[in-house]
Design a protein around this ligand. Structure first.
Ligand code: SAH
Ligand code: F3S
Length: 441
């Protein structure tokens, strides 16, 4: 009999991609169907994030809620995957004995086997190894072609920034082969995908092979752009240190590549960047921004910022504000620093109060919002080619899409056949988080 699977996803786009793969593998190998009600499920999967302490604590709150469902239905199985599972392993079981399966980001393809073993033995299963590319070799094929689809091209990270837990939870960098990636892209476009979004923790350090030779993200993008159904290409997340000349040049050559790059700077202070072990200076970062703007004058940049890194003083913070004003970042992510286990920064002395950190975060976020809003306001009256991604979540009478610079636009239409198409839209209103427009006639 078909069983029911419920998946909850915390964290980054990589986790969203992994959750889609968990769904594909459990539905194709184990006769599960995905449901959107926890109370109906036979198997509950939580794909976790450990980037900050708060994210980690959410895991145990969630398990606490699921414990109640298990009390009502003792047959119910609970599986914990993702970065908290990878980092905590057995500890999860000690803190929450109702968990049946613990798997890591690199062992999600083994979930069908672990589930079966748990059913047969009633013993909890744990497997948080890092078996390199095995995961990708065992993935089932995509079953749906969303208008914009993620494709993971590399996993893990070797950078060991002093604040970051990712190298510990996702392991070292491994890249898929270009052939393997292109196969996935072709399946997706056959199922209706128009935009390919390449993913990796350091996607620009992609080092896959193509026809037996070493390849690069630049080459992968050029090969992908030759597939006629691919209308747009984007990639995240890039590390400024490895953004090489050949990748800058792709912006001249490949019009399918969007005019938006997520390039996390983290801080505008060279002293803090050094403590963070980021391997670049503000000056080098700005030089890269200039090169990219030369290749694409309309290029927009977004970033991640960490506020309140240990010892961050007023001048360090002001330097970050200065970089924001210089680059004019559009739509960024910013968080207060959170000490993570086994990272060097967790042992650094921190003399800044939480109150000051919160104040700085507010100032920074206000400025970022102001800049994003002014970009939007300047777009009113313009005609933009947008890729239609589906119905607007807040207003089902409207379709939604993105401009080449990654701005969300809603426009009145119920023409579902426009989903996945590029449509010319005249922008007529700028809102704080989106734009409104109309189809050009
Ligand atoms: N590879 C990417 C970052 C991936 S982690 C890069 O090179 O920038 C995503 C973001 O989480 C980071 O950019 C950082 O801003 C944030 N982050 C990571 N560790 C953090 C911590 N300990 N506290 C607060 N934010 C953190
Ligand atoms: Fe983390 Fe730095 Fe890698 S932020 S993911 S260790 S590049």
């Amino acid at each position: 009999m078909t069983k029911k699977l419920y998946i909850k996803t915390h964290g980054c786009q990589m986790n969203e991609y992994d959750s889609a793969k968990i769904n594909e593998i459990m539905t194709s190998e184990k006769d599960f169907t995905l449901v959107n009600k926890e109370s109906e499920a036979d198997l509950l999967v939580l794909n976790t994030c450990s980037i900050r302490e708060k994210a980690q604590e959410r895991v145990f709150h969630q398990i606490g809620r699921w414990r109640k469902l298990k009390e009502k239905n003792p047959q119910l199985k609970i599986a914990i995957g993702g970065c908290v599972a990878s980092q905590e392993g057995e500890q999860i079981k000690r803190r929450a004995s109702e968990v049946d399966i613990i798997f890591g980001p690199q062992t999600l393809h083994r979930l069908p086997h672990m589930y079966e073993k748990n059913l047969n033995t009633d013993k909890s299963q744990i497997d948080i190894e890092f078996p390199k590319l095995e995961k990708f070799n065992h993935m089932s094929k995509p079953q749906h072609g969303e208008p914009s689809a993620f494709v993971s091209v590399m996993e893990g990270c070797n950078k060991y920034c002093s604040f970051c837990v990712v190298p510990h939870t996702r392991g070292h960098e491994v890249s898929r082969s270009v052939e393997d990636i292109i196969n996935e892209v072709k399946i997706l476009v056959d199922k209706g995908t128009s935009e390919i979004h390449f993913l990796g923790q350091n996607v620009n350090n992609f080092k896959g092979h193509y026809k037996g030779e070493k390849s690069s993200l630049a080459e992968l993008i050029k090969i992908t752009a030759q597939i006629s159904e691919v209308k747009r290409i984007r990639f995240t997340t890039s590390h400024p240190y490895e953004f090489k000349e050949d990748l800058v040049n792709v912006y001249y050559e490949v019009p399918e590549l969007v005019s938006h790059v997520h390039l996390p700077i983290q801080s505008g202070s060279n002293r803090i960047l050094k403590l963070m072990r980021r391997r670049y200076t503000v000056e080098k970062y700005l030089l890269l921004v200039e090169k990219l703007k030369k290749a694409r004058p309309e290029m927009r940049f977004s970033s991640d910022f960490i506020i309140g890194f240990p010892s961050e003083g007023k001048n360090d913070f002001l330097a970050t504000m200065e970089v924001i004003n210089e680059v004019k970042f559009d739509e960024s992510y910013s968080f207060i620093y959170s000490p993570r286990p086994n990272t060097p920064a967790a042992n650094m002395e921190d003399n800044v109060s939480l109150e000051i950190k919160k104040e700085r975060l507010n100032i920074l976020q206000d400025r970022l919002n102001q800049i994003s809003y002014s970009y939007r306001r300047r777009m009113v009256g313009l005609s933009e080619k947008i890729l239609v991604t589906g119905f607007s979540k807040k207003d089902p009478g409207k379709l939604q899409g993105r401009t080449i610079c990654n701005k969300v636009v809603n426009f009145p239409s119920d023409a579902i056949d426009l989903v996945g198409q590029l449509v010319n839209i005249r922008i007529n209103e700028a809102l704080p988080n989106s734009l409104r427009g109309e189809i050009e006639t």
